[in-house]
Design a protein around this ligand. Structure first.
Ligand code: CP3
Length: 354
């Protein structure tokens, strides 16, 4: 295994001392980069970028080549590879986001759902190995998955961008059916993340993008409990090292104390919470990742610097902060504004690590 040249991100996740606050950006490889749009044209589609290890490697490295101040790479793929492997038939319609050919609404279809053969996801594990090799130890590689709840919303609704009413109706009317979907998906995700770890992922993140749509009690029952199962099911790396995990519920700022108790090493924060108050609430149980509003990157370098200073100051002195956006970078971000953010983080964060 190649030696890491920059392990600042992994150290921060484990709340160990670092010289500055490490940073990566959710969706850092994506449409705001002209080189990404070029690769997507060559590959033919987004899914073809994901399914070909060389393309996935090229686009994963694009933001790192452009921005030397990034401290982590994230596997180029999608959370919806999992429901696709479970037989739902993922496709993308130009400008409309992800859709599925089949949905899980009928009891008979739901009862038939099983953990798929991981061979169906081999292209993801091949991408992980290929990216690790290409990184050659520059920075750690993050693997990821969707949370069972978030994946279930896509499987039940058949598409994104809804208010999840069919899924929530099932939660209240037939919780047994929804639990069957969630349990099968959780078991699948455990195998999926462990296979990413075996292929070389050095940290893993669980994206619970739609957990914030749940009511207080339903969040624990239908989302958090299944993320806890996953975190508990994670293996160590081939050389016996613990693989740090990050759990991110978008819109989950009300439940940070509960999230901090499920055994993950770090929590992702969206921009609605003050990171300093979040730190007080979780104490020294977990590291925190976040939480600049991605919309700030549409503004000016001066405004960006001011907001970076404010997030860093709110977290305050000490370790355990991974700088990130509160959600994915938008496709309308001028690439030079992302550079302004990274420069500001490096310049202003060192004072908090002395
Ligand atoms: O962060 C990264 O750079 C790694 C790659 C990554 C993608 N999707 C690539 C992608 C990751 C980690 C994801 C996760 C993902 N996918 C989530 C969870 C994170 C979040 O944003 O809340 C969700 C909900 C999805 C599902 C998904 N995939 C949607 C809703 C869409 C369409 C909307 C959009 O932003 O384009 C996608 C497509 C997608 N996934 C693209 C990329 C780069 C854009 C594809 C393109 O048109 O080129």
């Amino acid at each position: 295994m190649n030696q890491l040249k920059n392990d600042t991100f992994l150290k921060a996740l484990m709340r160990q001392p670092t010289d500055y606050t490490p940073v990566w950006m959710m969706r850092q490889a994506g449409r705001y980069l002209p080189e990404y749009r070029e690769s997507r044209k060559t590959a033919g589609s987004f899914l073809q970028l994901c399914k070909n290890a060389q393309f996935a490697t090229d686009v994963t490295l694009q933001p790192l080549d452009r921005y030397p101040l990034l401290d982590a790479a994230i596997l180029f793929s999608d959370i919806l590879t999992v429901p696709d492997a479970m037989g739902l038939g993922l496709y993308f319609e130009e400008g409309e986001g992800p859709k599925f050919e089949r949905t899980l609404q009928q009891e008979a279809d739901i009862q038939k759902l099983v953990v798929p053969d991981m061979a169906k996801l081999q292209y993801v594990f091949d991408a992980v190995s290929s990216i690790r090799q290409a990184l050659d130890g520059r920075v750690p590689l993050i693997g990821f998955s969707g949370s069972p709840w978030t994946l279930a919303t896509y499987m039940v609704e058949g598409k994104g961008g809804t208010d999840f009413l069919t899924t929530k109706k099932m939660a209240y009317a037939r919780p047994d059916l929804l639990h069957h979907i969630l349990e099968t998906t959780a078991q699948t995700v455990i195998q999926y993340l462990n296979a990413q770890i075996m292929a070389g992922a050095q940290a893993v993140m669980i994206f619970d993008s739609w957990g914030g749509a749940l009511s207080h009690n339903a969040y624990t029952e239908f989302s958090l409990n299944y993320m806890q199962k996953i975190v508990n099911g994670l293996i160590k790396t081939n050389d016996g090292r613990k693989v740090p995990s990050i759990v991110f519920t978008k819109g989950g700022g009300l439940w940070l104390e509960a999230q901090a108790g499920i055994g993950s090493d770090a929590l992702g924060l969206d921009w609605t919470v003050d990171i300093g108050s979040a730190r007080q609430r979780v104490g020294d149980k977990v590291a925190l990742q976040g939480n600049l509003d991605p919309a700030i990157l549409l503004s000016t370098p001066e405004a960006i610097e001011k907001e970076v200073i404010s997030v860093l100051a709110s977290y305050g002195k000490g370790h355990g902060h991974v700088f990130n956006l509160g959600h994915g970078i938008t496709q309308w971000t001028p690439p030079e504004n992302a550079a302004a953010m990274l420069t500001a983080i490096r310049a202003h964060s060192q004072q908090y690590h002395v």
